[in-house]
Design a protein around this ligand. Structure first.
Ligand code: PLP
Length: 415
């Protein structure tokens, strides 16, 4: 039997690294707005998609294309579109398949920014219906003729609820509805959602894919297998001639291009080189997060949530979908908002910052920041209480992190 190369080997020797004009090892940074042609006819052909080529960076750029090909290959898709942010990716992906009068079923425990976005969708006549707990039964119950997409985070940020992709995609597919998965916190290193039954994957590449906390970005990857029914998905009707590729074609040549949410070439380059170490970083981050979670779980004063902790309701899904890893985020409840603030303020290494997926360990009090605009019900569905602290674990030496957090927790209960 032929040996299969491992994740890091495939990543570093993927096809995207071949074919640069001067045999560069990395994609050159095409930091330009426009591309020059020798004749009006040539540029006409590019605009008509009759010749390959780039015309204008909002529509396509070689550096951004290299990043798109790389993530597409990692996820096993048929095409990817890089966007200016993760929010732009969620927006573009869903608006490519829904229109006014349609419904989206949204998983419980979404990132606060996505909940805010879905309120905006409501003003556009797109109804978003939330499930309390995302399972095949809860999703099935809410599906109507108007449902055009199911959207859920694979590992909720910060609920850390894990989506059962095979089961939820099966009930969605039975009703002719595609499953859109935000896999930002899971990363293509831990799981390839398209292989499990998801139809479209989005990422905020600002997080683990970039990894260095140096550029905001997002990406939408199309699995290319969903059998679109163009009477049901009217938003795609003009693209019916592309069959299973209708979503990708509409996204690239219509909706995303018109919305103007392109990824900047410099950000594509930084995200490309950041992704080089995705496997290495995720190994270390998951190791650190589990060790820190286990150490904090021993402290009687706080309640820790991390998917692979004994007794966690998602431990078996972490095993079946994430290879037994729990990802890079853990949360704990400190007893009160005041105590949560005291723990956060007492930390030496962990930085107080609104981000995840950085090399550095970051902490935040989600209720007073990320979920400021959400009501109590939406916050609690996302696992956010007044006393919740979210930790995005970095690659520091884990004993230093354990020491930092245990000292801060103990100090907060003494004062
Ligand atoms: N999806 C998830 C799960 C996130 O955690 C975030 C940001 O934290 C986003 C989407 C939005 O990404 P961005 O900040 O790049 O717009």
């Amino acid at each position: 039997m032929e040996r299969k190369n491992g994740f890091n080997t495939k990543l570093l020797h993927d096809k995207t690294s071949l074919g640069y004009a001067q045999r560069e090892i990395l994609p050159p940074v095409s930091q330009v707005n426009a591309f020059r042609y020798e004749s009006a006819e040539e540029l006409e052909r590019v605009f008509q998609h009759k010749s390959a080529g780039f015309a204008y960076t909002r529509v396509g750029n070689p550096t951004t294309a290299a990043f798109e090909r790389r993530i597409n290959e990692l996820e096993g898709g048929v095409g990817a579109v890089a966007t200016s942010s993760g929010m732009a990716a969620v927006t573009a992906a869903l608006l490519a398949v829904v229109q006014s009068g349609d419904e989206i079923i949204a998983g419980s425990g979404l990132y606060g920014g996505t909940i805010d976005l879905f309120r905006d969708f409501g003003k556009l006549g797109i109804r978003v219906v939330y499930v309390q707990e995302t399972s095949e039964q809860t999703v099935k119950r809410l599906i109507t003729d108007r449902t055009k997409a199911v959207f859920a985070e694979l590992v909720g940020n910060p609920s850390l609820a894990i989506l059962d992709v095979p089961k939820v995609s099966a009930v969605a597919h039975a009703a002719g509805v595609p499953l859109f998965v935000d896999s930002t916190t899971a990363t293509p290193y831990l799981v390839k959602p398209l292989d499990l039954g998801a139809d479209v994957v989005v990422h905020s590449t600002s997080k683990y894919i970039n990894g260095g906390g140096n550029s905001i970005g997002g990406i939408v990857v199309d699995g290319g297998k969903f059998p679109w029914d163009f009477k049901k998905h009217e938003a795609l009707a003009d693209f019916a001639r592309y069959g299973k590729l209708a979503f990708s074609v509409r996204l690239r040549t219509d909706l995303w291009e018109n919305f103007g949410g392109c990824m900047a070439p410099a950000n594509a380059f930084l995200s490309y080189i950041g992704a080089d170490t995705l496997g290495l970083r995720m190994d270390r981050i998951c190791y650190n997060a589990e060790k820190l979670a286990l150490a904090l779980a021993k402290l009687p004063e706080i309640e820790v949530n991390y998917p692979t902790l004994p007794g966690n309701p998602f431990a078996s899904l972490a095993k079946s979908e994430l290879g037994g890893r729990g990802g890079g985020i853990l949360t704990f409840r400190a007893g009160s908002k005041e105590r949560a603030f005291r723990v956060i303020n007492a930390l030496k290494f962990a930085m107080i910052a609104s981000n995840i997926g950085d090399l550095r360990t970051l902490v935040i009090h989600p209720a007073s920041t990320l979920f400021l605009h959400s009501n109590r019900e939406a916050r609690e569905a996302a696992g956010v209480y007044d006393d919740t602290v979210r930790v995005s674990v970095g690659i520091e030496d884990v004993d230093d992190l354990i020491d930092d957090f245990t000292s801060a927790v103990k100090a907060s209960f003494q004062s």
